[in-house]
Design a protein around this ligand. Sequence first.
Ligand SMILES: Cc1ncc(COP(=O)(O)O)c(C=O)c1O
Length: 373
Amino acid sequence: MSFIPVNEPDLSGNEQRYVGEAVASGWISTGSFVQEFERAFAAFCGTRHAVTTTSGTAALQLAVASLGLGEGDEVLVPSLTIVATVFAVRYARATPVLIDSDPVTGNLDPSLIERRITRKTRAILPVHLYGHPADMDPIRELARRYRLADIEDAAEAHGAEYHGRRAGSLGDVNCFSFYANKIITTGEGGMVTTDDDVLAQRVRRLKDLCHTPERRFVHDDIGYTLRMTNLQAAVGVAQLERVEQFLAHKRWMAETYGRHLAGIGGLVLPQEQPWARSVYWMYTVRVTPEFGCGRDELMRRLRAKEVDSRSFFIPMHRQPVFLREGLFADEHYPVADELSDTGLYIPSGLTLTEAQIVRVAEAIRACQSEARA
Ligand SMILES: Cc1ncc(COP(=O)(O)O)c(C=O)c1O
């Protein structure tokens, strides 16, 4: 019985060939693959611009910086997310203000946003968790009404759609990750997408030491070196050639898990919203008391059966780093807590077969029987 990991990338296309071409050309830092990847990714998202970065975290950092956010500014973020989302706000010394989750999608609940808006609020940063788009219309309407910038964290949602528009094309400035577990990967890497010419230009300058356009080696602002290499972009171009196939695989996986996991008492399956086309970056389930054991025990039992899984993120209001800073003290986000304590994701890699999905489903049923015995 072989181990089934939560994720495996599919690098069986032109990845090796393009990396070889980049090496042979000698262009390993900047180069034509970077330009090609940016052009093709902008077309994929339907945006005017796409700017490569070293990671999704860097993309978020640059997005926040490009908006000029700083000390005293408040940015609305979901409590249930990866810490990178909130670190990006803190890098700029701005203040993250948390929003609780929608119980079904786990994304920030739009009905809770308005009460958190103050005179200092400058931006809202929704995250499309696990490949399910956040409900963007009410978010964008509030952003418009209160003149807030809107930054999408689409790190986990390549190709997801909201009312037919791709994730990463809905905010003023939007961010992706290409870490090895993402739908397309460059090993490490990220992208900022936007329709705004000025923001795109700022991100380009910020990621490259803020050389002034008029004169190289003259700098009128503090910049960073957060540039993706041509080697990484070569992998990205090859991955993007097959992205539709990857997205189809994720949706097939969700449909197949849905059939094989149906009817397991106490196991809550993910739901696609009517306005969304989810990409099921990871196939998530939740465990209720009816299941027979808690989430952590299920994960331990699955591991003993050679089936890998991961728990949901731990919400930001429970992170020692922020509590130590005096942030979020005595704040309560019960839905984020509930999801974080009961949610997990199961094997969802791009090479997952139906036989493996059947084995995962049987393992979950067996765990339940053991726990209930
Ligand atoms: C929602 C979300 N935002 C941001 C990131 C950060 O991306 P990276 O790991 O490429 O820095 C991740 C990824 O891991 C993520 O899942």
